[in-house]
Design a protein. Structure first.
Length: 275
């Protein structure tokens, strides 16, 4: 579920990409070193960095927050589970390969009987085959099992399949919060040069992707320029943006492994399992 830290992290990513479009291994578009992070700078670090011509950009969430919960609670699929486990089907046999990821479902169907197994994160193709073998033997089937391959020599019809589920979110509340993006610069020229790409990148972002698969609506709220008279080497500009973002709960939506598919309002296709 998304919270303030996720929104701040997403802001940091947008700003870093604007300053380092080719990645941090290449120089910034300003030609100066830029440090982008959440929170506020520590004085022992900021002073020497400013003296060395290094720019700091910080992201911090303000205390003001408004509850704008208004949508009905319903599950929405946001991302499918990667299809990384595979199965090769032969005559009365199935061989599993690839990488196991939680949310995948493996299964075999023999003579119309279905045997599903929910793949776990610590599984391997061999353990998937082993668990399916155990399910089949518990139902009275004679099963040949070796490595990641199982075979049912007595099956008249046989098939095997691997499918992937999907991650789904349900929004349980929604909030609007102010965020401050502050540029801490060693000169007015660097402050002005840095403000343009950062502000442009943020203003161009209508919906900002969050780590849980949801998104935050981003709206510009104002700019404050501040020259610190007591410290001649510090020049600040604060860009204020509001983010409207949800708090969510997650679950895994299973996929159909074997079953009946409706083809029209008047007919249905019942899946068959040829040998």
């Amino acid at each position: 579920m998304a919270d303030q830290s996720d929104v701040e992290t997403a802001f940091v990513a947008i700003i870093a990409n604007a300053l380092y479009p080719n990645g941090v291994a290449s120089p910034s578009i300003l030609g100066s070193v830029c440090r982008v992070y959440r929170g506020y700078p520590a004085s022992p670090t900021l002073g020497p960095d400013l003296a060395a011509g290094i720019l700091h950009v910080t992201v911090d969430g303000g205390a003001a927050m408004k509850n704008v919960t208004r949508y009905a609670r319903k599950w929405q699929v946001v991302a499918p589970v990667p299809a990384t486990l595979t199965v090769t089907v032969g005559p009365q046999s199935a061989s599993f390969a690839g990488v196991c990821v939680a949310g995948q479902l493996a299964g075999v169907a023999a003579n119309g009987a279905v045997f599903p197994y929910a793949v776990q994160a610590n599984d391997s193709p061999a353990t998937v085959a082993s668990n399916l073998c155990a399910l089949l033997r518990a139902s009275g089937w004679l099963v040949d099992y070796a490595g990641s391959t199982i075979a049912i020599p007595n099956a008249e019809t046989f098939t095997a399949r691997v499918v992937s589920g999907a991650n789904a979110l349900q929004e349980i509340k929604r909030q609007v919060q102010d965020f401050e993006i502050t540029l801490w610069c060693p000169s007015p020229a660097l402050r002005d040069a840095a403000s343009v790409p950062i502000d442009t990148a943020l203003a161009s972002t209508q919906f900002m992707a969050l780590a849980d698969g949801s998104s935050a609506r981003v709206i510009y709220a104002g700019t404050v320029v501040e020259d610190m008279s007591a410290t001649a080497t510090l020049y600040k500009r604060t860009l204020r943006y509001t983010a409207e973002y949800p708090t969510t709960i997650a679950q895994l939506e299973p996929a159909m492994l074997f079953g009946v598919e409706n083809l029209s309002a008047n007919a249905a296709f019942v899946e068959s399992f040829p040998a």
